[in-house]
Design a protein. Structure first.
Length: 283
């Protein structure tokens, strides 16, 4: 089997850590996500995955985060059969295969051109109405390629912390203003997590930098979203089923100031003012 050599650096390289975390989880005795497609992709990549610093506990954390975002996306699709899923900075994530959306769902993955090229080599093309857009999510042009005719769930896993505050605000305002209604789902670091970023092996070894953190989830409601759910990463329910070696340290961290809010998974709803949106496009 030919293996794909990886030459990514910086933030794009960190996607290999999350991919490897999902693969490790799939090989565990009691998988949280059971992402066997991730394990298959890892086998096809020529890369020293020791650089990621992933172990069983951190892999479980990756799987728990992905599962929460998967669950919320499923909830949205159950309530909105004819919907669009807009998956920002998709990397090598196999979410579209894990959720296996029905024929009435439009799925759009977006990531950098070099990441899209790698994705096309490693992963099959999903069935149904699927589109893959090669662009930085902070560019202006790509969003016009996504039809604005349906309720839309926007999923951004492992993205916001790599953007500058102004880029996060601009992206969220553009996305929620584009569609008639929907939800915005993403994970975020708190300011404490941003300060402690060099303790994360995948960030440190890739040379990536984290910029944006959020301590008060309601603080961004001025950008056109309404908070629905706020889940601390250290309080996810699957932690209770982890081995004591992983569970106990997380329980202790969850009680410590700063560490308790090191990361969150957030769910927002939005309803666009279509007249204002049209006026802004015409200006």
């Amino acid at each position: 089997m030919d293996r794909e050599r990886i030459t990514l650096t910086g933030a794009p390289e960190t996607m290999l850590a999350t991919l490897y975390g999902r693969a490790l989880d799939s090989r565990s005795r009691k998988p949280i996500l059971n992402d066997v497609a991730a394990a298959d992709a890892v086998r096809r990549i020529d890369y020293d995955f020791r650089r990621t610093g992933m172990n069983a506990s951190s892999a479980a954390g990756v799987a728990m985060r992905a599962k929460k975002l998967d669950d919320w996306t499923r909830d949205f699709l159950r309530a909105n059969e004819n919907a669009t899923v807009l998956h920002l900075a998709c990397g090598l994530d196999t979410r579209v295969f894990r959720l296996s959306p029905g024929p009435h769902t439009r799925w759009v993955d977006v990531d950098l051109p070099q990441v899209v090229t790698l994705r096309e080599r490693l992963l099959p093309v999903p069935d149904g109405d699927y589109r893959l857009i090669a662009s930085s999510v902070t560019d202006d042009a790509w969003l016009a390629e996504v039809p604005d005719d349906r309720p839309t769930v926007v999923v951004a896993e492992g993205l916001t912390m790599y953007l500058r505050p102004s880029e996060v605000e601009a992206l969220i305002k553009r996305v929620v203003g584009r569609f008639p209604s929907g939800e915005l789902l993403f994970d975020v670091y708190g300011s404490f997590g941003i300060r402690m970023q060099k303790l994360v092996p995948a960030v440190r070894r890739s040379g990536a930098t984290l910029f944006w953190g959020l301590d008060e989830p309601r603080a961004i409601e001025a950008w056109g979203v309404t908070l629905v759910e706020d889940v601390r990463s250290l309080e996810l329910p699957e932690i209770a089923d982890m081995p004591a070696s992983g569970r106990v340290p997380l329980r202790i961290m969850a009680k410590l100031p700063g560490f308790r809010d090191v990361g969150r998974i957030l769910r927002y709803r939005f309803q666009a003012n279509r007249s204002e949106t049209r006026a802004s496009h015409m200006a």
